[in-house]
Design a protein. Structure first.
Length: 220
DNA sequence: CTCCAGGAGTGTA
DNA sequence: TACACTCATGGA
């Protein structure tokens, strides 16, 4: 049963990595949004430099980025790779949040907000869900590369929407739970999903639990 | 030198 | 719908 595997994996990862409170430190909501875009297909260490540089130049706000010439933004964003794409994306997102403030996201229905985010340049499924979950506080489970890899190890295949529905069906519809699980998957992935293969991958441990009743998740 | 990281957009069948 | 290709820097 796929749903049992999803639940069991959460407990296995929880036991190994702990609660991971505030694993994503950011100085402001917009800093998280910027980080969500810059981290695409890149290591976080590179993103951190750019975020620091933006703050040093006092540019960490939608208005500042929107007003910044594209060429200057490209120059700042360069260390994260794909700098032409990311500069354009960051600018589009900054313009969007200049027109409709970040705080106003909580007033919109989740599916409406998701659609608006997806319409922006450089925001696909994953980045939209990251912003929904970590900035807007909406219960939208994030499916990233590590999650897909992990699902593959468990023999679960499917496109983005299918995997997302699987996780959301298996878990209580709760923002902290979604954030925690995503954080656990990332921490596990950085450790075990590297080029060395998945010898000590959590899925190897998961197999021992198969056939036993699923863990019951604590009510939030 | 080679490989690839917490993706997304575009073009093709 | 489902892939292949492209974008690019920095670290191991």
């Amino acid at each position: 049963m796929k749903m049992n595997d999803i639940k069991t994996l959460y407990h296995i990862l929880s036991a190994e990595f702990g609660p991971l409170y505030d694993w994503w430190v950011a100085g402001s909501p917009f800093e998280r949004i910027a980080g969500a875009i810059l981290v695409q297909q890149t290591r976080w260490e590179n993103v951190d430099r750019v975020l620091t540089e933006l703050k040093n130049r006092d540019l960490m706000s939608p208005g500042s980025i929107a007003a910044l010439p594209l060429e200057e933004l490209e120059d700042i964003v360069r260390p994260t790779g794909f700098y032409r794409n990311k500069a354009k994306s960051l600018k589009a997102v900054a313009e969007y949040f200049t027109a409709s403030p970040i705080d106003s996201m909580s007033n919109k229905p989740q599916h409406v907000l998701r659609k608006e985010l997806l319409a922006l340049r450089g925001i696909g499924n994953e980045t939209a869900d990251v912003i929904l979950l970590y900035v807007a506080g909406k219960p939208s489970f994030v499916i990233d590369a590590y999650t897909k890899k992990l699902c593959g190890c468990m023999g679960i295949q499917g496109n983005y929407a299918e995997l997302q529905r699987l996780f959301e069906d298996a878990l209580p519809r709760d923002v902290p739970v979604y954030q925690h699980y995503h954080a656990l998957i990332v921490e596990h992935g950085k450790r075990y999903c590297g080029r060395k293969g998945c010898d000590s991958c959590a899925v190897a441990r998961l197999r021992k639990y198969r056939g036993t009743p699923a863990f019951e998740l604590a009510k939030p």
